[in-house]
Design a protein around this ligand. Sequence first.
Ligand SMILES: C[S@@+](CC[C@H](N)C(=O)[O-])C[C@H]1O[C@@H](n2cnc3c(N)ncnc32)[C@H](O)[C@@H]1O
Length: 192
Amino acid sequence: MSSFNPVDVSHRFVEALVSEGDRCVDATVGNGYDTVFLAKRVGVTGHVLGVDIQVEAVTQAKDRLAANTLGDRVSLRVSGHEDLDVHLEALGWQSIRLAMFNLGYLPGSDKSIVTSSENTIRALAICERFLDRTGAISLIAYRGHAGGMEEYEAVSRWFAQLPLDEFFVLRYERWTRTGGVAPVFFWAQKRS
Ligand SMILES: C[S@@+](CC[C@H](N)C(=O)[O-])C[C@H]1O[C@@H](n2cnc3c(N)ncnc32)[C@H](O)[C@@H]1O
């Protein structure tokens, strides 16, 4: 059974939205767990575009996809998500159902290679442009590492400026008595 941690909760939202034949983006491939999850959801007729700036991450994700016989459903690029428009256009995609972001650093790897406010905001704006009629952006922000709080605040401002007559916007975080820095899940879905 899944828990109430932000990653599991985000997966439940994605499961409710994404189905066979959809086109989705994994904007932070990392170890490829989310990529595999998305590839399963889009089925044999759908497709996932996944990007990460680290060769190591893309290689691991490729192996994970191959082990799950899902390689055909995913196009992986070693690239920053701030250049997602180039890859979307190269694939000839006019729209996407979902873009998924899991910010921060690659677990078990160099913690200095992290997502940044500037690039994340650029990528969010690109994804917003490509969303289909009821498409969504899912994002998890971490606040505990260097630069994490600044990025979280920038992301928070970005979601807050979305027009609420056009988007359903949600933020989800665990309430702590100590004022801790639990990860935050953001979801913005277009209203039809
Ligand atoms: C928390 S990990 C992602 C975890 C992943 N979703 C998974 O299921 O394993 C964050 C990833 O973002 C990547 N990253 C950092 N800056 C990036 C950028 N500008 N564009 C794309 N990926 C980036 C890092 O290399 C790292 O692999």
